[in-house]
Design a protein around this ligand. Structure first.
Ligand code: TXA
Ligand code: MG
Length: 315
């Protein structure tokens, strides 16, 4: 059931979390499918609902620094620096975990991915529940991420106890993931652009992990995929006879001759484009088109995360 995030509904949602149920909630990136991170049985329901392979570890969401101490063993100086700048916000840090975090959350890894979301509904839910909340994106495994409550309802409505509706999400792409090993390693491009991370890290070199190594499923070559085949191509690369039969996901301008066109940002704003990406793909995917063609986006700032998602969707 989809409900607005009134104080009474947040209370109800927190109770569901505390009694081992599943709540879908908005974050500033995409909607998450949440369960009590310290309750292995509750977390197992996430895997069941998403039909997610159990080798795929989850992100643990916290409301404040005190909660971090319930899940993480130590915080290296570099992590402190990143938290100071980006938390609350769309940066996930992979850190050494405490015993209390069940193996199902981390797929048996000695580390745990943690993030402190900035969205007021996510914040309120975690605070009221009083426990860290494990939450992957609220979509069936491998499918498009949800940026609106109705996406969650359509895809997983029957498998979730409650869906909190916080409207459209701000960023529309998932958090950036950084592993803090000896050197920081960028595991997934996301809502915090690489350039911003590098600015904060200064002389500390950030290793950008080759995407062929599937350390995280967001790094699997095929992921975030619609049901309709998707290809990346400039409009002029699509033969005009074919245009009549396919959809086009354009960056700024409407190209001629396509059956349907969705434009990500008429002004060429990458933040706006990211925010509209999954919604536009959801819409195109529902039209039963022969194929979707997507325009290449400039690979700077958030453009990197957008192109990363498009490449995986098209793999
Ligand atoms: O923006 C987001 O991050 C959203 C919202 C809901 O917070 N969540 C999200 O979760 O995108 P999910 O499960 O779709 O992606 C989490 C990624 C996975 O690819 C997972 O493998 C990786 O984080 N991950 C989790 N724990 C890890 C660990 N210990 N080491 C390396 N990667 C990890
Ligand atoms: Mg996901």
């Amino acid at each position: 059931m989809v409900v607005p995030p009134t104080p009474a509904n947040l209370e109800r949602a927190a109770q569901i979390i505390c009694s081992g149920g599943l709540v879908a909630f908005p974050t500033e990136t995409v909607y998450g499918l949440g369960a009590n991170a310290l309750d292995a049985t509750a977390v197992a329901k996430i895997f069941e609902a998403k039909q997610r392979p159990s080798f795929d570890p989850l992100i643990v969401h916290i409301s404040d620094r005190e909660m971090l101490q319930q899940v993480v063993r130590e915080v290296p100086a570099v992590a402190e620096k990143l938290m100071a700048r980006f938390w609350p916000g769309p940066l996930t840090l992979v850190l050494p975990k405490l015993e209390a975090v069940p193996g199902i959350v981390t797929a048996g890894l000695p580390t745990v991915a943690v993030r402190m979301p900035a969205h007021p509904v996510a914040q309120a839910l975690i605070r009221k529940a009083g426990v860290p909340i494990a939450a992957p994106s609220a979509n069936p495994f491998g499918y498009l991420s949800p940026t609106r409550a109705e996406h969650v309802e359509r895809m997983l409505g029957h498998r979730v106890d409650l869906i909190l509706d916080g409207g459209s999400t701000l960023f529309g792409v998932e958090s950036t993931i950084v592993l803090l090993a000896e050197k920081p390693v960028l595991l997934r491009h996301g809502a915090v652009p690489l350039e911003e991370l590098e600015r904060v890290l200064g002389t500390v070199a950030l290793q950008v992990e080759a995407s062929e190594k599937p350390l995280v499923p967001g790094q699997l070559p095929q992921h975030y995929a619609p049901r309709t085949p998707i290809r990346i191509a400039a409009p002029e690369e699509v033969p005009s006879a074919l245009r009549k039969r396919v959809g086009y996901l354009a960056f700024r301008e409407v190209p001629k001759g396509f059956k349907v066109v969705k434009v990500l940002s008429p002004t060429g704003n990458l933040l706006e484009a990211a925010a509209h990406l999954f919604e536009a793909l959801h819409q195109l995917d529902r039209l039963g088109l022969e194929a979707i063609y997507a325009e290449p986006i400039p690979e700077v700032g958030l453009g990197r995360a957008i192109m990363d998602r498009l490449r995986r969707a098209s793999a």
